[in-house]
Design a protein around this ligand. Structure first.
Ligand code: URA
Length: 479
Protein backbone atom coordinates (compact mmCIF):
# COMPACT_ATOMS: atom_id res chain seq x y z
CA UNK A 1 0.00 0.00 0.00
CA UNK A 2 1.25 3.50 -0.82
CA UNK A 3 0.43 6.35 1.52
CA UNK A 4 0.62 9.81 0.01
CA UNK A 5 0.59 12.78 2.38
CA UNK A 6 -0.19 16.06 0.70
CA UNK A 7 1.03 19.34 2.19
CA UNK A 8 -2.40 20.86 2.61
CA UNK A 9 -6.05 20.52 1.64
CA UNK A 10 -5.68 22.35 -1.68
CA UNK A 11 -2.27 20.95 -2.65
CA UNK A 12 -3.06 20.35 -6.31
CA UNK A 13 0.61 20.42 -7.38
CA UNK A 14 1.52 17.82 -4.73
CA UNK A 15 -1.37 15.62 -5.83
CA UNK A 16 -0.43 15.99 -9.50
CA UNK A 17 3.21 15.08 -8.96
CA UNK A 18 2.40 12.05 -6.77
CA UNK A 19 -0.35 10.90 -9.12
CA UNK A 20 1.99 11.09 -12.10
CA UNK A 21 4.71 9.08 -10.28
CA UNK A 22 2.21 6.46 -9.11
CA UNK A 23 0.67 6.08 -12.56
CA UNK A 24 4.07 5.74 -14.24
CA UNK A 25 5.03 3.12 -11.63
CA UNK A 26 1.83 1.26 -12.47
CA UNK A 27 0.42 1.60 -8.94
CA UNK A 28 -3.30 0.79 -9.05
CA UNK A 29 -5.77 3.23 -7.46
CA UNK A 30 -6.87 0.64 -4.89
CA UNK A 31 -3.26 0.42 -3.64
CA UNK A 32 -3.01 4.11 -2.70
CA UNK A 33 -4.18 5.97 0.38
CA UNK A 34 -4.30 9.72 0.32
CA UNK A 35 -4.21 12.11 3.23
CA UNK A 36 -3.19 15.61 4.18
CA UNK A 37 -0.47 16.62 6.68
CA UNK A 38 -1.98 16.47 10.13
CA UNK A 39 -4.34 13.63 9.19
CA UNK A 40 -1.64 11.04 8.54
CA UNK A 41 -2.07 9.44 11.99
CA UNK A 42 -5.38 8.06 10.69
CA UNK A 43 -3.27 5.65 8.66
CA UNK A 44 -0.44 5.16 11.12
CA UNK A 45 -1.00 1.43 11.45
CA UNK A 46 -1.06 0.78 7.69
CA UNK A 47 2.04 -0.73 6.06
CA UNK A 48 3.21 1.65 3.40
CA UNK A 49 5.45 1.29 0.37
CA UNK A 50 7.91 3.98 -0.62
CA UNK A 51 7.18 6.12 -3.63
CA UNK A 52 9.73 6.24 -6.46
CA UNK A 53 11.60 9.49 -6.99
CA UNK A 54 9.73 11.91 -9.26
CA UNK A 55 9.80 10.47 -12.81
CA UNK A 56 11.66 12.04 -15.67
CA UNK A 57 9.17 10.73 -18.21
CA UNK A 58 5.63 12.00 -18.24
CA UNK A 59 2.28 11.59 -19.94
CA UNK A 60 -0.40 14.03 -20.83
CA UNK A 61 -4.03 14.28 -19.86
CA UNK A 62 -6.60 16.59 -21.35
CA UNK A 63 -6.80 20.23 -20.29
CA UNK A 64 -10.45 19.49 -19.47
CA UNK A 65 -9.43 16.99 -16.78
CA UNK A 66 -6.82 19.32 -15.31
CA UNK A 67 -9.34 22.17 -15.11
CA UNK A 68 -11.93 19.89 -13.51
CA UNK A 69 -9.40 18.43 -11.06
CA UNK A 70 -8.20 21.88 -9.96
CA UNK A 71 -11.73 22.74 -8.88
CA UNK A 72 -12.86 19.34 -7.57
CA UNK A 73 -9.79 19.07 -5.34
CA UNK A 74 -11.22 21.99 -3.34
CA UNK A 75 -14.20 19.86 -2.28
CA UNK A 76 -14.23 18.87 1.39
CA UNK A 77 -14.87 15.18 0.66
CA UNK A 78 -11.86 13.16 1.90
CA UNK A 79 -12.28 10.79 -1.02
CA UNK A 80 -11.53 13.42 -3.62
CA UNK A 81 -7.80 12.69 -4.01
CA UNK A 82 -8.47 8.98 -4.52
CA UNK A 83 -11.33 9.66 -6.91
CA UNK A 84 -9.13 11.99 -8.97
CA UNK A 85 -6.36 9.40 -9.11
CA UNK A 86 -8.84 6.71 -10.19
CA UNK A 87 -10.04 8.99 -12.96
CA UNK A 88 -6.50 9.78 -14.04
CA UNK A 89 -5.69 6.06 -14.11
CA UNK A 90 -8.76 5.32 -16.18
CA UNK A 91 -8.22 8.28 -18.52
CA UNK A 92 -4.89 6.83 -19.63
CA UNK A 93 -6.83 3.93 -21.13
CA UNK A 94 -9.86 5.89 -22.24
CA UNK A 95 -9.24 9.47 -23.35
CA UNK A 96 -12.93 10.18 -23.78
CA UNK A 97 -13.94 8.99 -20.31
CA UNK A 98 -15.04 12.47 -19.18
CA UNK A 99 -17.59 12.55 -22.01
CA UNK A 100 -19.43 9.54 -20.57
CA UNK A 101 -22.01 11.42 -18.55
CA UNK A 102 -23.39 8.21 -16.98
CA UNK A 103 -20.06 6.98 -15.58
CA UNK A 104 -20.31 6.99 -11.74
CA UNK A 105 -16.82 8.49 -11.28
CA UNK A 106 -17.53 11.18 -13.84
CA UNK A 107 -20.89 11.94 -12.22
CA UNK A 108 -19.24 12.24 -8.81
CA UNK A 109 -16.34 14.45 -9.86
CA UNK A 110 -18.63 16.72 -11.86
CA UNK A 111 -20.95 17.09 -8.88
CA UNK A 112 -17.98 17.92 -6.65
CA UNK A 113 -16.74 20.62 -9.03
CA UNK A 114 -20.27 22.04 -9.24
CA UNK A 115 -20.60 22.16 -5.46
CA UNK A 116 -17.28 24.00 -5.21
CA UNK A 117 -18.36 26.57 -7.80
CA UNK A 118 -21.68 27.00 -6.02
CA UNK A 119 -19.90 27.62 -2.73
CA UNK A 120 -17.60 30.14 -4.42
CA UNK A 121 -20.63 31.97 -5.78
CA UNK A 122 -22.22 32.04 -2.32
CA UNK A 123 -19.05 33.40 -0.80
CA UNK A 124 -19.01 36.21 -3.36
CA UNK A 125 -22.60 37.03 -2.50
CA UNK A 126 -22.65 36.64 1.27
CA UNK A 127 -19.40 38.00 2.58
CA UNK A 128 -20.24 41.05 4.69
CA UNK A 129 -17.38 43.32 5.66
CA UNK A 130 -17.37 45.17 8.94
CA UNK A 131 -15.35 48.29 9.45
CA UNK A 132 -12.53 48.34 11.98
CA UNK A 133 -10.89 51.69 12.72
CA UNK A 134 -11.88 54.92 11.04
CA UNK A 135 -10.99 56.93 7.96
CA UNK A 136 -7.39 56.34 6.76
CA UNK A 137 -6.91 53.63 9.38
CA UNK A 138 -10.09 51.80 8.38
CA UNK A 139 -9.88 48.11 7.51
CA UNK A 140 -12.75 45.88 6.52
CA UNK A 141 -13.04 42.46 8.04
CA UNK A 142 -15.52 39.71 7.26
CA UNK A 143 -16.25 36.31 8.71
CA UNK A 144 -17.33 33.51 6.40
CA UNK A 145 -17.74 29.75 6.80
CA UNK A 146 -17.19 28.13 3.42
CA UNK A 147 -18.48 24.66 2.79
CA UNK A 148 -15.40 23.73 0.75
CA UNK A 149 -11.79 24.88 0.53
CA UNK A 150 -12.57 27.87 -1.65
CA UNK A 151 -10.85 30.81 0.01
CA UNK A 152 -7.94 30.97 -2.47
CA UNK A 153 -10.34 30.47 -5.36
CA UNK A 154 -12.76 33.20 -4.25
CA UNK A 155 -10.28 35.81 -2.97
CA UNK A 156 -9.25 37.38 -6.35
CA UNK A 157 -12.89 38.39 -6.91
CA UNK A 158 -12.81 40.53 -3.74
CA UNK A 159 -9.43 42.01 -4.70
CA UNK A 160 -10.89 43.11 -8.04
CA UNK A 161 -14.16 44.39 -6.62
CA UNK A 162 -12.80 46.04 -3.51
CA UNK A 163 -9.42 47.08 -4.88
CA UNK A 164 -9.63 50.40 -3.09
CA UNK A 165 -10.09 49.11 0.44
CA UNK A 166 -7.87 46.98 2.66
CA UNK A 167 -9.83 43.91 3.71
CA UNK A 168 -9.50 40.56 5.43
CA UNK A 169 -11.82 37.61 5.09
CA UNK A 170 -11.51 35.32 8.09
CA UNK A 171 -12.61 31.70 7.85
CA UNK A 172 -11.97 28.59 9.94
CA UNK A 173 -9.80 27.13 7.12
CA UNK A 174 -7.74 30.01 5.84
CA UNK A 175 -7.81 33.81 6.01
CA UNK A 176 -7.33 36.05 2.98
CA UNK A 177 -5.98 39.58 3.23
CA UNK A 178 -5.77 42.41 0.70
CA UNK A 179 -3.58 45.49 1.27
CA UNK A 180 -4.38 47.28 -1.97
CA UNK A 181 -1.50 45.57 -3.78
CA UNK A 182 -1.49 41.81 -3.19
CA UNK A 183 -3.51 39.02 -1.61
CA UNK A 184 -1.90 37.05 1.20
CA UNK A 185 -3.13 34.10 3.22
CA UNK A 186 -2.76 33.12 6.88
CA UNK A 187 -4.09 30.06 8.76
CA UNK A 188 -7.76 29.87 9.70
CA UNK A 189 -9.07 31.39 12.94
CA UNK A 190 -12.12 30.97 15.14
CA UNK A 191 -15.20 33.13 14.82
CA UNK A 192 -14.33 34.84 18.10
CA UNK A 193 -11.57 36.73 16.22
CA UNK A 194 -14.02 38.35 13.82
CA UNK A 195 -15.79 41.63 14.58
CA UNK A 196 -19.51 41.17 15.18
CA UNK A 197 -20.81 44.63 14.41
CA UNK A 198 -19.65 48.09 13.50
CA UNK A 199 -20.97 51.62 13.34
CA UNK A 200 -22.42 50.94 9.87
CA UNK A 201 -24.44 47.93 10.99
CA UNK A 202 -27.59 49.83 11.87
CA UNK A 203 -27.38 51.93 8.68
CA UNK A 204 -27.05 48.78 6.62
CA UNK A 205 -30.01 47.13 8.33
CA UNK A 206 -32.09 50.25 7.77
CA UNK A 207 -30.98 50.34 4.14
CA UNK A 208 -31.94 46.68 3.68
CA UNK A 209 -35.35 47.30 5.21
CA UNK A 210 -35.84 50.25 2.83
CA UNK A 211 -34.95 48.36 -0.35
CA UNK A 212 -37.02 45.34 0.66
CA UNK A 213 -40.01 45.46 -1.67
CA UNK A 214 -42.91 43.51 -0.13
CA UNK A 215 -44.78 43.52 -3.45
CA UNK A 216 -41.95 41.55 -5.06
CA UNK A 217 -41.50 39.03 -2.30
CA UNK A 218 -40.97 35.40 -3.40
CA UNK A 219 -40.11 33.54 -0.24
CA UNK A 220 -39.06 30.30 -1.93
CA UNK A 221 -36.77 31.97 -4.46
CA UNK A 222 -35.30 34.11 -1.71
CA UNK A 223 -34.55 31.11 0.49
CA UNK A 224 -32.96 29.21 -2.41
CA UNK A 225 -30.77 32.17 -3.26
CA UNK A 226 -29.93 32.91 0.38
CA UNK A 227 -29.96 29.55 2.19
CA UNK A 228 -30.46 29.67 5.95
CA UNK A 229 -26.94 28.42 6.72
CA UNK A 230 -25.60 31.84 5.68
CA UNK A 231 -28.04 33.84 7.77
CA UNK A 232 -26.10 33.72 11.01
CA UNK A 233 -23.36 35.89 9.49
CA UNK A 234 -25.60 38.36 7.65
CA UNK A 235 -26.47 41.56 9.50
CA UNK A 236 -29.75 41.80 7.61
CA UNK A 237 -30.79 38.24 8.52
CA UNK A 238 -32.65 39.20 11.69
CA UNK A 239 -34.88 41.44 9.56
CA UNK A 240 -35.90 38.76 7.11
CA UNK A 241 -38.55 37.04 9.22
CA UNK A 242 -40.35 40.23 10.37
CA UNK A 243 -40.19 41.70 6.86
CA UNK A 244 -41.68 38.55 5.34
CA UNK A 245 -44.34 38.47 8.05
CA UNK A 246 -45.30 42.10 7.40
CA UNK A 247 -45.10 41.88 3.59
CA UNK A 248 -48.81 41.45 2.87
CA UNK A 249 -49.79 44.38 5.10
CA UNK A 250 -47.06 46.59 3.60
CA UNK A 251 -48.18 45.76 0.04
CA UNK A 252 -51.78 46.76 0.85
CA UNK A 253 -50.52 50.02 2.33
CA UNK A 254 -48.40 50.71 -0.78
CA UNK A 255 -51.40 50.20 -3.04
CA UNK A 256 -53.62 52.41 -0.88
CA UNK A 257 -51.09 55.28 -0.88
CA UNK A 258 -51.30 57.76 -3.77
CA UNK A 259 -48.18 58.42 -5.86
CA UNK A 260 -46.15 61.11 -4.11
CA UNK A 261 -45.45 64.53 -5.60
CA UNK A 262 -41.82 65.67 -5.56
CA UNK A 263 -41.15 68.22 -2.86
CA UNK A 264 -41.08 71.81 -4.13
CA UNK A 265 -37.43 72.40 -3.30
CA UNK A 266 -36.48 69.12 -4.92
CA UNK A 267 -38.43 70.05 -8.06
CA UNK A 268 -36.48 73.25 -8.33
CA UNK A 269 -33.15 71.51 -7.85
CA UNK A 270 -33.98 68.92 -10.45
CA UNK A 271 -33.66 71.60 -13.11
CA UNK A 272 -29.91 71.28 -13.64
CA UNK A 273 -27.76 74.27 -12.83
CA UNK A 274 -30.55 76.76 -13.33
CA UNK A 275 -29.03 79.33 -11.03
CA UNK A 276 -26.23 81.18 -12.75
CA UNK A 277 -23.52 82.80 -10.67
CA UNK A 278 -22.13 86.23 -11.45
CA UNK A 279 -18.54 85.06 -11.39
CA UNK A 280 -17.15 81.62 -11.98
CA UNK A 281 -15.44 81.64 -8.65
CA UNK A 282 -14.62 78.29 -7.20
CA UNK A 283 -16.36 78.71 -3.89
CA UNK A 284 -19.61 79.74 -5.53
CA UNK A 285 -19.26 76.86 -7.94
CA UNK A 286 -18.65 74.45 -5.09
CA UNK A 287 -21.79 75.63 -3.30
CA UNK A 288 -23.85 75.33 -6.45
CA UNK A 289 -22.50 71.90 -7.23
CA UNK A 290 -23.50 70.73 -3.75
CA UNK A 291 -27.13 70.90 -4.91
CA UNK A 292 -26.58 69.46 -8.38
CA UNK A 293 -29.36 67.21 -9.58
CA UNK A 294 -28.37 67.09 -13.25
CA UNK A 295 -28.35 63.29 -13.23
CA UNK A 296 -29.74 60.75 -10.76
CA UNK A 297 -26.40 59.94 -9.11
CA UNK A 298 -26.98 62.48 -6.31
CA UNK A 299 -29.78 60.33 -4.91
CA UNK A 300 -27.56 57.56 -3.52
CA UNK A 301 -24.31 59.43 -2.99
CA UNK A 302 -23.48 61.01 0.36
CA UNK A 303 -22.49 64.34 -1.15
CA UNK A 304 -21.05 66.12 -4.19
CA UNK A 305 -17.29 65.76 -4.19
CA UNK A 306 -16.00 68.92 -5.78
CA UNK A 307 -12.44 69.61 -6.91
CA UNK A 308 -9.72 70.87 -4.58
CA UNK A 309 -6.56 72.89 -4.99
CA UNK A 310 -5.22 76.40 -5.53
CA UNK A 311 -7.45 78.84 -7.39
CA UNK A 312 -4.77 79.60 -9.97
CA UNK A 313 -3.25 76.12 -10.26
CA UNK A 314 -1.13 75.72 -13.41
CA UNK A 315 -2.15 72.09 -13.67
CA UNK A 316 -5.47 70.34 -13.22
CA UNK A 317 -5.74 66.59 -12.71
CA UNK A 318 -9.05 64.98 -13.60
CA UNK A 319 -10.10 61.56 -12.35
CA UNK A 320 -13.22 59.54 -13.00
CA UNK A 321 -15.51 59.96 -9.99
CA UNK A 322 -15.16 59.88 -6.21
CA UNK A 323 -14.75 56.43 -4.68
CA UNK A 324 -16.25 55.16 -1.46
CA UNK A 325 -13.74 56.99 0.77
CA UNK A 326 -14.01 60.23 -1.21
CA UNK A 327 -17.81 60.12 -1.04
CA UNK A 328 -17.67 59.92 2.75
CA UNK A 329 -14.87 62.48 3.16
CA UNK A 330 -16.22 64.91 0.55
CA UNK A 331 -12.70 65.30 -0.91
CA UNK A 332 -11.23 63.91 -4.14
CA UNK A 333 -8.46 61.31 -4.17
CA UNK A 334 -8.10 60.63 -0.47
CA UNK A 335 -8.30 56.81 -0.73
CA UNK A 336 -5.79 54.25 -2.08
CA UNK A 337 -5.94 55.69 -5.63
CA UNK A 338 -5.11 59.09 -4.12
CA UNK A 339 -2.15 57.64 -2.26
CA UNK A 340 -0.87 56.07 -5.45
CA UNK A 341 -1.33 59.41 -7.22
CA UNK A 342 0.54 61.30 -4.47
CA UNK A 343 3.47 58.90 -4.75
CA UNK A 344 3.61 59.22 -8.53
CA UNK A 345 3.41 63.03 -8.36
CA UNK A 346 6.37 63.11 -5.97
CA UNK A 347 8.36 60.84 -8.29
CA UNK A 348 7.50 63.00 -11.26
CA UNK A 349 8.62 66.11 -9.40
CA UNK A 350 5.17 67.74 -9.26
CA UNK A 351 4.28 69.49 -6.03
CA UNK A 352 0.73 68.43 -5.13
CA UNK A 353 0.17 71.82 -3.54
CA UNK A 354 0.27 73.29 -7.07
CA UNK A 355 -2.27 70.87 -8.42
CA UNK A 356 -6.02 71.26 -8.67
CA UNK A 357 -7.54 67.78 -8.42
CA UNK A 358 -11.05 67.01 -9.52
CA UNK A 359 -13.23 64.35 -11.12
CA UNK A 360 -15.20 64.17 -14.36
CA UNK A 361 -18.24 63.01 -12.39
CA UNK A 362 -18.80 64.52 -8.99
CA UNK A 363 -21.04 61.95 -7.34
CA UNK A 364 -20.09 58.41 -6.35
CA UNK A 365 -21.84 55.85 -8.54
CA UNK A 366 -22.15 52.45 -6.94
CA UNK A 367 -24.33 49.43 -6.38
CA UNK A 368 -24.69 48.13 -2.85
CA UNK A 369 -23.27 44.63 -2.41
CA UNK A 370 -23.90 43.62 1.15
CA UNK A 371 -22.54 46.44 3.23
CA UNK A 372 -20.07 47.38 0.57
CA UNK A 373 -20.71 49.92 -2.15
CA UNK A 374 -19.36 48.62 -5.42
CA UNK A 375 -17.94 51.22 -7.78
CA UNK A 376 -19.78 51.49 -11.10
CA UNK A 377 -18.41 53.19 -14.19
CA UNK A 378 -20.38 56.36 -14.98
CA UNK A 379 -22.42 56.27 -18.18
CA UNK A 380 -22.05 58.74 -21.05
CA UNK A 381 -25.21 60.70 -20.06
CA UNK A 382 -23.85 61.02 -16.52
CA UNK A 383 -20.46 62.20 -17.79
CA UNK A 384 -22.21 64.71 -20.05
CA UNK A 385 -24.48 65.92 -17.26
CA UNK A 386 -21.48 66.60 -15.04
CA UNK A 387 -19.25 68.12 -17.72
CA UNK A 388 -20.39 71.73 -17.18
CA UNK A 389 -18.90 71.59 -13.67
CA UNK A 390 -15.53 70.54 -15.03
CA UNK A 391 -15.71 73.25 -17.70
CA UNK A 392 -16.56 75.91 -15.16
CA UNK A 393 -13.80 74.71 -12.82
CA UNK A 394 -11.32 74.96 -15.68
CA UNK A 395 -12.59 78.39 -16.68
CA UNK A 396 -12.24 79.61 -13.09
CA UNK A 397 -8.73 78.22 -12.59
CA UNK A 398 -7.22 78.66 -16.05
CA UNK A 399 -4.60 75.87 -15.88
CA UNK A 400 -2.08 75.58 -18.72
CA UNK A 401 -2.33 71.81 -18.58
CA UNK A 402 -5.15 69.37 -17.84
CA UNK A 403 -4.20 65.76 -17.19
CA UNK A 404 -7.06 63.35 -17.84
CA UNK A 405 -6.59 60.11 -15.90
CA UNK A 406 -8.56 57.25 -17.40
CA UNK A 407 -11.23 56.94 -20.08
CA UNK A 408 -14.00 58.79 -18.23
CA UNK A 409 -11.78 61.80 -17.59
CA UNK A 410 -10.52 61.75 -21.18
CA UNK A 411 -14.12 61.72 -22.44
CA UNK A 412 -14.98 64.71 -20.29
CA UNK A 413 -11.82 66.72 -20.93
CA UNK A 414 -11.76 66.14 -24.70
CA UNK A 415 -15.52 66.10 -25.14
CA UNK A 416 -15.63 62.72 -26.85
CA UNK A 417 -14.74 59.08 -26.17
CA UNK A 418 -10.94 58.93 -26.41
CA UNK A 419 -8.94 55.70 -26.19
CA UNK A 420 -6.12 56.11 -23.67
CA UNK A 421 -3.37 54.07 -25.29
CA UNK A 422 -3.69 55.72 -28.67
CA UNK A 423 -3.66 59.20 -27.18
CA UNK A 424 -1.21 59.09 -24.31
CA UNK A 425 2.37 60.30 -24.57
CA UNK A 426 1.72 63.60 -26.36
CA UNK A 427 0.15 66.95 -25.61
CA UNK A 428 -3.23 67.71 -27.15
CA UNK A 429 -4.44 71.26 -27.79
CA UNK A 430 -7.55 72.17 -25.81
CA UNK A 431 -7.59 75.81 -26.90
CA UNK A 432 -4.99 78.51 -27.42
CA UNK A 433 -4.23 78.69 -23.69
CA UNK A 434 -4.31 75.10 -22.49
CA UNK A 435 -3.19 71.64 -23.41
CA UNK A 436 -4.33 68.21 -22.31
CA UNK A 437 -2.41 65.06 -21.54
CA UNK A 438 -4.12 61.69 -21.37
CA UNK A 439 -2.94 58.88 -19.11
CA UNK A 440 -4.27 55.93 -17.14
CA UNK A 441 -6.20 56.18 -13.90
CA UNK A 442 -4.28 55.26 -10.71
CA UNK A 443 -7.04 52.74 -9.79
CA UNK A 444 -6.18 50.83 -12.96
CA UNK A 445 -2.67 50.37 -11.56
CA UNK A 446 -4.09 49.14 -8.26
CA UNK A 447 -6.22 46.56 -10.02
CA UNK A 448 -3.48 44.98 -12.15
CA UNK A 449 -3.13 41.42 -10.88
CA UNK A 450 0.37 40.82 -12.21
CA UNK A 451 3.25 42.32 -10.20
CA UNK A 452 5.52 42.91 -13.22
CA UNK A 453 2.73 44.65 -15.12
CA UNK A 454 2.01 46.77 -12.05
CA UNK A 455 5.61 47.97 -11.85
CA UNK A 456 5.80 48.55 -15.62
CA UNK A 457 2.51 50.45 -15.80
CA UNK A 458 3.30 52.52 -12.75
CA UNK A 459 6.55 53.61 -14.39
CA UNK A 460 4.68 54.58 -17.54
CA UNK A 461 2.24 56.58 -15.43
CA UNK A 462 5.13 58.41 -13.71
CA UNK A 463 6.74 59.10 -17.06
CA UNK A 464 3.46 60.63 -18.33
CA UNK A 465 3.44 62.85 -15.25
CA UNK A 466 7.09 63.75 -15.90
CA UNK A 467 6.05 64.94 -19.35
CA UNK A 468 3.44 67.11 -17.61
CA UNK A 469 6.13 68.45 -15.24
CA UNK A 470 8.40 69.31 -18.17
CA UNK A 471 5.59 71.17 -19.91
CA UNK A 472 4.82 73.13 -16.72
CA UNK A 473 8.46 74.17 -16.45
CA UNK A 474 8.52 75.21 -20.09
CA UNK A 475 5.36 77.27 -19.86
CA UNK A 476 6.54 78.90 -16.59
CA UNK A 477 9.72 80.05 -18.39
CA UNK A 478 7.75 81.34 -21.34
CA UNK A 479 5.42 83.38 -19.11
N1 URA B 1 -10.94 57.69 -8.20
C1 URA B 1 -11.25 58.84 -8.83
O1 URA B 1 -11.38 58.89 -10.05
N2 URA B 1 -11.42 59.93 -8.11
C2 URA B 1 -11.27 59.95 -6.79
O2 URA B 1 -11.47 61.00 -6.21
C3 URA B 1 -10.93 58.74 -6.15
C4 URA B 1 -10.77 57.61 -6.87
Amino acid sequence: MHHIILDHETDFDGWRQSARTLALDGVKPEDVMWSVKGDEQLFASTDTAALSPPPTETFSVSAKFVALAKIAILHRDRERFALLYRLLWRLRGDHDLLDIATDPDVIRITAMAKAVRHDEHKMHAFVRFREIGREREARYVAWFEPEHHIVELAAPFFARRFADMPWSILTPDLCAHWDGFAISFTPGVSKAEAPTSDRLEETWRRYYATIFNPARLKVKAMQTEMPKRYWRNLPEASLIKPLIAGAARATDAMIAKAASEPHKVQKRLEEPMRRKTAADELETLREEAAGCRACPLWKDATQTVFGEGPKRAPIMLVGEQPGDKEDLAGKPFVGPAGQMLDRALVEAGIDRKLVYVTNAVKHFKFVPRGKIRLHQKPSTPEIRACRPWYERERAAIGPVLVVAMGATAAQSVLGKATPINKNRGHLIDLDEKAKALVTVHPSYLLRLPDEDAKVREYERFVSDLKMAAAYLRKSAHAA
